[in-house]
Design a protein around this ligand. Structure first.
Ligand code: SF4
Length: 224
């Protein structure tokens, strides 16, 4: 298989095409050292990150996962969305935003921003299953953060969208006031980033959709 197709195939699997091949990398292939990820290296860099992670057990979240969930989408996307981590549904499905919140996110991207979901990259701060009743601990965020930073380096998006207060706090320690920060550009790993509401929150509080849409319009203006 042409490896440059692999991440789009992951997205195809995410969209319900179940016979697309997996990107799984054998732990035995994992290099012992931190790889050098070239900026904008795309699928090559993303696969190096996966190999680096191997069968990661660097934090306690490994104990509850069915599988590692790396992220999916265009390896050279100009726009990357970052959530906190896979939930139980994602852990079962094998990809991020697999549930009703994911359907809403797809609508926001495709109907609102007028671009295919497959043209963006969906990533998460932690790659193992999270549970709403157990907030992700600081040491778990710290353990997994280098992988996300390396993914940002590989994809080299023009903009990030940070989905929810825990993501904002994880990426910008000390800032957890999403209501006060949303709609204002911040910077993460040298990339402009727009904090906004998580789609799961928008399902519970639909009246906040208008504010989320205002945030996404700023992202569209920046990309135009
Ligand atoms: S959450 Fe990240 S650091 Fe922790 S075990 Fe999973 S992949 Fe490793």
């Amino acid at each position: 298989m042409d490896r440059s197709l692999a991440y789009w195939l992951e997205e195809a699997r995410a969209m319900g095409i179940t016979d697309a091949p997996s990107l799984s990398v054998s732990p035995s292939q994992a290099p012992p050292q931190v790889p050098v990820i070239s900026r904008g290296s795309g699928v090559e860099g993303l696969l190096a990150v996966e190999a680096w992670m191997g069968d990661c057990k660097r934090c306690g979240l490994c104990n509850s996962r069915t599988r590692l969930i790396y992220g999916q989408g265009d390896p050279r996307a100009e726009l990357m969305f970052i959530g906190l981590g896979p939930n139980t549904a994602d852990d079962s499905a094998g990809y991020l935003y697999s549930d009703a919140a994911g359907e809403l996110l797809t609508k926001m991207i495709e109907k609102g921003m007028k671009r295919p979901r497959s043209s963006v990259f969906l990533a998460a701060v932690v790659k193992c299953k999270t549970q709403a009743e157990h907030p992700v601990k600081a040491d778990e965020l710290t353990s997994c953060m280098p992988f996300l930073k390396a993914q940002i380096e590989a994809v080299a998006p023009k903009c990030l969208v940070l989905l929810g207060a825990p993501v904002l706090a994880a990426l910008l320690p000390g800032i957890n006031d999403l209501a006060g920060q949303r709609g204002r550009w911040v910077e993460v790993a040298g990339v402009p980033a727009m904090p906004t509401f998580d789609p799961g929150f928008l399902l519970r509080k639909p009246e906040a959709k208008r504010e989320a849409w205002m945030d996404l319009k700023k992202v569209m203006e920046r990309l135009s």
